[in-house]
Design a protein around this ligand. Sequence first.
Ligand code: TRP
Length: 344
Amino acid sequence: MSKFPPRVFSGIKPSGDLHLGNYLGAIRRFVPLQKTHACIYCVVDLHAITVWQDPEDLKRGTYEIAAAYLAAGVDPKEHIIFNQSQVVEHAELAWMFNCVVRMGWMQRMTQYKDKAGKNTQNVSLGLFAYPSLMAADILLYQTTHVPVGDDQKQHLELTRDIAQKFNNDFAGSISKNNLPAEFFPIIEPVITGPATRILSLKDGAKKMSKSEQSSAATIYMLDDADAIAKKIKKAKSDADALPSEVAGLEGRLEAGNLVGIYAALADISKQDVLNEFGGKGFGTFKPALADLAVAHLAPIAENMRRYLAEPDEIETILKDGANRARTIAQKTMKDVREIIGFVQ
Ligand code: TRP
């Protein structure tokens, strides 16, 4: 297993405004991994277009995600930040994986089922094939670790299945080419911490999402201090005091969500939060959470705005990142073409 050097890949789609769920579930966790892993953080624009995107919005969203990575503390020199469409190998490997993956595996994907709903005849073919592209993103770099939110777990399991099937289907050719039998690594999902699933501030049955209609339900990364505080104070909660044990949050979705947000921002456990606030009501807890959120998020938003004012600088970073990513990707694809039997 350990023959693959520790490498991290993760990505966020530029389809709507970045929010607290993206920050706590992903971006926040990207930063410390830089100490122990070679990291590749991608703006997955090819994934975004699986549903219609206005071209101007797509561009704006791409700059915004790059700015968020930078503002949160990703180092684009030591590590790699780029947008997916600049490295065409993603699309190429995704095609090959489309020919490895089975229809039945794809039809089980809950994200596809949720997004397509009753509309299965009218969504794009790309939306259905989305998980193959995601597997390609990850395996192109022979990534070992993938930090994501809880909702991506099934896609990562599929990525493991695709890697395994490829390694098996082509075992003979892999060995003939003197390549390691485990050509694609069997990745480890990194789904950890108190905030792998951030919920809507208005409805604990839904996750916080880019497509949420009510902006009061979502804290956006570019919200100013006032907006952040207001949304937290108006967040749905309940009439009871906070429990002193985590088990007491069971069935209290909104309360559990707010405690999780506090824990993630303060980098402590939910139990630590309850040690401090157990027995207190939301009249005490919400203002404390609002202060913490503002102290943490407002400087990042300010930093993002500074980057967004310099789009040329962002473009240079993305291009440089793409060039370095492509070098790794091309090497993988050369081997993949050889393994499959393409003349080159
Ligand atoms: N599907 C992921 C999401 O919706 C985004 C994504 C695309 C991704 N490719 C990836 C995440 C590769 C991790 C690794 O959040």
